[in-house]
Ligand binder design. Structure first.
Ligand code: UD1
Ligand code: UDP
Length: 398
């Protein structure tokens, strides 16, 4: 009976040509996208006036790169998993578009939401816009100004074909204005910050430090996976050289699957394993990752998300890149850009450790440019308002 009522309600609305609800499809495929979408999914899936379709491209597929986050963050199973997996950029993106077209033709959402800057973001936006479905980009306007990064290409394209742009910071909104994007810009805050605040109480209870035999403030947390870093033999060798010189410190290194593959292909895994002060582990869950960032002396990373999380959790960060889209963290002195040069990495770690209390104080006192922790809520409200309007008139056009 319950099912019957729901079914007839929906059809009734459609037959009479009005919709008091909006049909939204969110497309994701990678670890950071699942994390940054957690509260968006929660609000969209529980809104009575939203019909929600969650699509996973399958770009990330290992348990610890995908399912673990659905479990930890209490997310509903995706309605579709397109099982695309790895491959060259062209193949991966093309397969996604092909399969997304089928899903979107069947589901006909009023709008498609794409978070972040991955190939899943690009494929989702392209598939939708070509079918006349308005695109909303979450985390719009982030720029590294480094076109060697596939993510920079993805962001730029997606921002210029989106109807709705949700900027996480003022700087991101300004970037979009400077580029004269055609869509509407909303500065809502950073959805990753909301997710961090929501799950912080669980971080406090995590036992990961004990499990790994770590002391609070007694280790360096390392993540590295950027294509331009790990696909180059020389750069990986530089990183290993830096690690070997940091032998006075314990280093915790959850290895991303791309990095693991490259270390194995380049024959560098035995060299890494020789470094007994480096704990080489599989990727960890979100709560564990936050616990490891929060309690680290210093974070060494090339991840976008980890740079922000280090800032929010008050841990000094050293970024293994020459540029960052999260320039705000550098401006307040919480983050240093050092590239993959072993001398710079080692010198900066030592310098930061010497000035640790001063840097931690600066981070603590710095204003947070990433919003008030309600970005996801705000984003869903805007989507509902715009979606309802657009489904009553013609589709929202760019
Ligand atoms: C992707 C995103 C990057 C993001 C990162 C987050 C693009 C262009 N890149 O990079 O922006 O920062 O995710 O982690 O979209 N692999 C596995 N198991 C998995 C996932 C990947 O073995 O669960 C392997 C793939 O088969 C592939 C390699 O890792 O060989 C890279 O995966 P891919 O999704 O293409 O790119 P990432 O480096 O993960
Ligand atoms: N993360 C995780 N386990 C790990 C490493 C990272 O859960 O072993 C989390 C991290 O806390 C952050 C997100 O993954 O929330 C960042 O994703 P990633 O570094 O893969 O991508 P990027 O942010 O660079 O796009």
């Amino acid at each position: 009976m319950g099912n019957y009522r729901k079914y007839s309600d929906v059809n009734f609305k459609k037959i009479y040509g009005y919709k008091s609800y909006v049909k939204v499809s969110l497309i994701l495929g990678t670890r950071p996208q699942i994390i940054k979408s957690a509260l968006l999914i929660h609000y969209l899936a529980h809104s009575p006036d939203v019909e929600f379709v969650l699509v996973h491209t399958g770009q990330h597929y290992d348990y610890e790169m995908s399912s673990i986050f659905f479990k930890e963050l209490n997310l509903p199973e995706p309605n579709y998993n397109l099982g695309v997996g790895g491959g060259s950029h062209g193949l991966q993106t093309a397969m996604m578009i092909l399969r997304l077209e089928e899903v979107l033709s069947k589901e006909r959402p009023d709008m498609v939401v794409v978070p972040g800057d991955t190939n899943s973001t690009l494929a989702g936006a392209l598939a939708a816009v070509k079918m006349g479905i308005p695109v909303a980009h979450v985390e719009a306007g982030a720029r590294s100004y480094d076109m060697r990064m596939p993510e920079e290409v993805n962001r730029r394209v997606v921002d210029h074909i989106s109807s709705i742009l949700f900027a996480p910071t003022r700087n991101c909104a300004e970037n979009l204005r400077k580029e004269s994007v055609l869509g509407r810009i909303f500065e809502v805050g950073d959805t990753m910050y909301d997710v961090l605040l929501r799950w912080l109480p669980q971080v406090e209870k995590s036992s990961i430090l004990d499990e790994l035999g770590l002391e609070r403030n007694g280790y360096i947390f390392l993540t590295v996976h950027r294509q331009e870093n790990v696909d180059e033999y020389e750069r990986l060798v530089n990183l290993l050289k830096a690690l070997s010189e940091l032998r006075d410190f314990t280093v915790v290194f959850p290895v991303h699957p791309r990095t693991r593959k490259r270390l194995e292909e380049f024959g560098l895994m035995p060299k890494l394993r020789e470094l007994s002060h480096v704990k080489v582990i599989d990727p960890v869950g979100y709560i564990e990752s936050l616990a490891l960032i929060k309690n680290a002396k210093v974070v060494l990373t090339d991840s976008g998300g980890v740079q922000k999380e280090a800032f929010w959790l008050g841990t000094p960060c050293i970024t293994l890149r020459e540029d960052t889209e999260w320039i705000e963290t550098v401006e307040v002195g919480a983050n240093r850009l050092v590239g993959m040069d072993s001398v710079r990495i080692v010198a900066t770690v030592k310098e930061i450790i010497e000035r640790e209390s001063e840097i931690r104080k600066r981070i603590k006192e710095a204003p947070n440019p990433f919003g008030d922790g309600r970005a996801s809520e705000r984003t869903v409200e805007i989507l509902k308002q715009i979606g309802e309007r657009s489904s009553r008139s013609t589709a929202l056009s760019v």
